[in-house]
Ligand binder design. Structure first.
Ligand code: XIL
Length: 360
């Protein structure tokens, strides 16, 4: 009798131990963002090369998609001297400087898929790219010349990526970024965009996607990306353009930058924009998520939760949700404490609320 009791007690201890270790391993597995959302979508972050000298363990733990924060933008990869020296007015030279190399090498070596950002943008694009002989002070080139430059820019970039980083998985690319006016109401005017100055219509957008489709590696999905995407007029602009490009078969997805604040937009407004984009049948990615805390960490956590919940509802159309920065200290708007990880990588309320969505 006594032996039986001891036996039962030992079995009880064994069970307790099993429960505990399962519980612990559950906790351990689920404290990584990317692991928690496995099977739903990738969790991405933007990365700047600086951080790769000290923050790689953290990045590898939480993220399985990377967007170079600045290192693939036109002003980072277009090479003015090289373009001029080529003596060819239509073939801009692309080269990767050390920051770009560091980022791409990190992704390739660690097998982290890359979101490319970006080809056509009114900002961070050198003026000489639009001018005769690639000279800062020259005249603007014709539409015909610009078409050839645009095609070669895209072609050269994809070729260089393939040549220098053959194992790198480039799974998505923002072909066009922020082509619409701030709150919507149509395309950015010539006074704001050199693209519009040369073309005067949406032709540069259609052409950019057509060229990207021609040269992008297989599996690389092509995106139109924008901010204030939840404001009605802008939602409609993006929806209409995406639909037009879809009819031509040259687009795969809509990128919602998602630079939000706790007081605007409402979760409902954001979710209805996401619903509308998803109704195109295209993929949707949340590409640059951050939320201005406005002194209210709890409200920030709530909005993060709503955004991730909305994304989970459309998980079958959403390949990735990307945070714009790894933690508050490196955010482009760091005074707004916009990320789920704090200045010293500490876990904020937002982190826990996001994890709740993953576990739900
Ligand atoms: C920002 C970067 O985070 C900053 O480092 C840079 O100085 C300016 O650009 N929308 C975009 C991103 O598409 O490329 C911007 O990134 C943030 C807004």
């Amino acid at each position: 009798m006594r032996q039986a009791r001891i036996g039962i007690f030992l079995i009880f201890l064994l069970c307790l131990n099993l429960v505990q270790s399962n519980f612990l391993s559950f906790l351990q597995a689920s404290d990584s963002l990317k692991d928690a959302f496995q099977g739903k979508f990738k969790i991405g972050t933007s990365v700047s090369p600086n951080e790769l000298s000290y923050g790689t363990d953290f990045i590898k733990k939480h993220f399985n998609s990377i967007t170079p924060e600045n290192e693939l933008k036109p002003d980072s990869i277009l090479d003015q001297t090289g373009s001029q020296q080529s003596g060819n007015n239509v073939n801009p030279k692309v080269s990767f400087r050390s920051g770009t190399q560091t980022t791409l090498r990190f992704c390739e070596q660690n097998k982290i898929p890359l979101r490319g950002h970006t080809f056509v943008w009114h900002a961070q694009t050198p003026e000489w790219f639009f001018k005769e002989n690639f000279q800062q002070s020259g005249n603007f080139v014709s539409k015909d010349i610009m078409n050839q430059r645009l095609e070669n820019f895209i072609k050269n970039t994809f070729e260089l990526l393939k040549k220098d980083y053959p194992q790198l998985e480039v799974y998505a690319y923002d072909v066009c970024n922020e082509v619409f006016q701030g709150g919507g109401g149509g395309l950015r005017p010539a006074s704001e965009s050199k693209w519009m100055q040369v073309y005067g219509s949406d032709e540069y957008i259609v052409n950019a996607f057509t060229y990207a489709r021609k040269y992008a590696p297989s599996g690389c999905k092509l995106y139109i990306n924008d901010f204030n995407e939840y404001m009605n007029a802008k939602t409609q602009n993006i929806y209409d353009m995406a639909t037009k490009l879809k009819q031509k078969g040259v687009i795969d997805g809509i990128g919602m930058q998602s630079h939000l604040g706790v007081s605007f937009p409402s979760a409902q407004m954001y979710a209805s924009a996401l619903d509308k984009f998803a109704s195109t049948g295209l993929e949707v990615q949340i590409t640059e998520l951050d939320i201005n805390q406005e002194g209210n960490e709890q409200a920030q956590a709530s909005l993060y939760k709503e955004v991730f919940s909305a994304a989970v509802k459309h998980a079958n159309q959403i390949p990735a949700v990307t945070l714009w920065g790894t933690h508050d200290a490196v955010s482009w708007i760091k005074d707004k404490n916009p990320l789920p990880f704090g200045t010293n990588y500490e876990l904020k309320k937002a982190y826990y609320s996001i994890m709740q969505v993953a576990g739900a």
